[in-house]
Ligand binder design. Structure first.
Ligand SMILES: Nc1nc2c(ncn2[C@@H]2O[C@H](COP(=O)(O)OP(=O)(O)O)[C@@H](O)[C@H]2O)c(=O)[nH]1
Ligand SMILES: [Mg+2]
Length: 415
C-alpha cells in the first residue's frame, strides 16, 4: 500500500513537471513578434530576421517588464489559450493600431503606447503596425514589442509613396515652401511633413501589413489617453455601423489649403454618385457647399474603417487631389482630406465622436466634462481644459447636426 502511494506521488510530481514544461514552452513560442515584411518594402529580410531573433529573447517581457502583459497572459490562459497575446474572450475584430513614426520618435511613442495599453489594449491585445519611410532599428523594434500586448509588425514605406510624383513641378513646390517659410506657416517649409500628409491621406491603408485588417486606431508620439476604455472600440464601431471616429475637431489654417475646396467641388461635380443624399456636408460648409469652413476631425487620433479609405469613392477622390498637386504646391493635411471625404461620402450617422476616451495631442485636450463619465472611467484630466465646447472647436457643430444631447453643464466649459 505504502509502495503504491509512493509510486502515485512520484507519478504526480512527474506529471506536474511535464505540464509546467509544456506551459512554459508554449508561452515562450508565442511571444516572438510577427515581422511581416512587405513585398514592395525596401527592408531586407536579413535585417528583419536578425531583429526578430533579438526580440524573441524578450520572452521574459510577459511577466517581468510589463505588468499589463502579464495580465494579458493570465487572461489568455483563462480563455483556454496557450498564448498571452492576441486572445480575448468573445472574439476580436480584424483591427490594429497603426503608428507612422521615425526611429527618433521612439521615446515619445513609448509614452503613447504605454497609455493605450494601460487604458485599453491590455484587455484586448490588438496588434500594432509601425510604418516608417526607412528601416526601423533594432532598438525601436525591441522596445515597442516589449510594450505591446498584441503582435507587432514593422513596415517600410515604398519609395514612390514618399517622394515627389513625376507630375509635380519641384521648382514650383520649392517656391511654395519658401513663401510659407516667410509667412511662418507651421511646417510650411517642410518636405517630409508633406510626404507624411500625402502618405496618411492616400497610402497607409494600402500597406500590405494592413491587408489583414478592417479597422485601425491611429496613435501618434506624445499623446495621452486620460480615461479607461473598457469596451472594445472596434466592436463598438462595427455593431453601431460607424465608419469614422474622432475626439477633437477644429478649423484648418486656411493658407495651407487654398484650393482644396475648389478641387473637391470639381471632383464632386464629376462624380455626384459618391455623395449620399443625407451626409455631413454642413459640418464642413456653412453656406451649403459654396465654401469650406475649415472644420476637420483631428487625424492624429482616428478609430476608423480601413475599407472606407479603400473604397472606390475615396480612392478616386485621393487620385484627383494627388494629380492636382496640392500636397506639394500648398500643404494639404491628411486631416482635412480625410474629414472632407468622411463628411461628403458617408451617409449621415456613420461618424462617431468618442466623448469618453479622454485624449491629448499638443496643444488640445479632450477631457469628458460629464462627471459621471469621469468617475466611471477613472479619467485623470481637468474638465476645464476640455476643448470640445470651446469657441474654436467644431465639435459643438457636430453635436447640433447630429442632434446629440450635450453633457449637463457643458456651458461652464465653453470658454
Ligand atoms: N517615418 C516618418 N514619420 C513621420 C515623419 N514626419 C512625421 N512623422 C509621423 O507622422 C505623424 C505626424 O507627425 P507629427 O510630427 O506628430 O505632426 P503634427 O502632429 O501635425 O505636429 C507622427 O506619427 C510622426 O511620428 C517622417 O519624416 N518620417
Ligand atoms: Mg503629432
Amino acid at each position: 500500500m505504502a509502495r503504491t502511494n509512493a509510486r502515485l506521488i512520484r507519478f504526480g510530481i512527474f506529471a506536474t513537471v511535464l505540464i509546467l514544461c509544456g506551459y512554459i514552452l508554449s508561452r515562450g513560442s508565442s511571444t516572438s513578434y510577427a515581422v511581416s515584411d512587405t513585398t514592395k518594402s525596401t527592408s531586407s529580410s536579413d535585417t528583419t530576421n536578425a531583429a526578430n531573433a533579438a526580440v524573441t529573447d524578450a520572452n521574459l517581457k510577459d511577466t517581468s517588464v510589463v505588468p499589463a502583459a502579464a495580465g494579458a497572459a493570465a487572461a489568455g490562459a483563462a480563455a483556454g489559450s496557450t498564448s498571452g497575446k492576441a486572445v480575448s474572450a468573445g472574439g476580436k475584430e480584424k483591427a490594429t493600431f497603426v503608428s507612422l513614426a521615425r526611429n527618433s520618435d521612439l521615446w515619445e511613442l513609448v509614452g503613447s503606447i504605454r497609455q493605450v495599453e494601460d487604458r485599453f489594449n491590455s484587455k484586448f491585445h490588438y496588434d500594432w503596425v509601425f510604418l516608417n519611410d526607412e528601416e526601423f532599428n533594432d532598438e525601436f523594434k525591441r522596445v515597442t514589442t516589449e510594450l505591446c500586448s498584441g503582435n507587432t509588425k514593422y513596415g517600410v514605406i515604398p519609395h514612390e509613396q514618399w517622394s515627389f510624383p513625376s507630375w509635380i513641378d519641384t521648382e514650383k513646390a520649392a517656391k511654395t515652401r519658401e513663401d510659407m517659410r516667410e509667412k511662418k506657416i507651421i511646417y510650411g517649409d517642410s518636405i517630409p511633413y508633406r510626404h507624411m500628409c500625402r502618405y496618411e491621406s492616400g497610402f497607409f491603408f494600402r500597406h500590405p501589413l494592413l491587408d489583414d485588417y478592417e479597422w485601425y486606431w491611429r496613435v501618434e508620439p506624445g499623446i495621452k489617453i486620460f480615461c479607461d476604455v473598457d469596451y472594445d472600440v472596434f466592436k463598438f464601431m462595427k455593431d453601431n455601423k460607424k465608419t469614422y471616429g474622432f475626439t477633437i475637431s477644429l478649423p484648418e489654417y486656411k493658407e495651407t489649403i487654398l484650393t482644396l475646396w475648389d478641387e473637391t467641388k470639381k471632383f464632386v461635380k464629376e462624380n455626384p454618385q459618391y455623395i449620399p443624399e443625407s451626409n455631413m456636408r454642413d459640418f464642413i460648409s456653412d453656406d451649403g457647399g459654396v465654401s469650406y469652413n475649415g472644420c476637420h476631425f483631428w487625424s492624429n487620433f482616428e478609430i476608423a474603417s480601413l475599407d472606407f479609405w479603400r473604397s472606390e469613392a475615396y480612392l478616386a477622390y485621393f487620385e484627383h487631389l494627388d494629380q492636382a498637386g496640392g500636397f506639394f504646391y500648398e500643404r494639404w493635411g491628411d486631416a482635412p482630406v480625410h474629414s472632407i471625404a468622411a463628411a461628403l461620402f458617408l451617409p449621415k450617422g456613420q461618424i462617431h465622436f468618442f466623448d469618453d476616451v479622454g485624449y491629448y495631442h499638443v496643444p488640445f485636450n479632450n477631457c469628458p466634462v460629464d462627471q459621471a463619465i469621469r468617475s466611471e472611467k477613472n479619467c485623470m484630466c481637468n474638465p476645464k481644459d476640455d476643448f470640445t465646447f470651446k469657441g474654436y472647436s467644431c465639435t459643438s457643430k457636430f453635436y447640433n447636426l447630429m442632434n446629440l444631447k450635450k453633457p449637463q453643464g457643458w456651458e461652464r466649459y465653453a470658454d
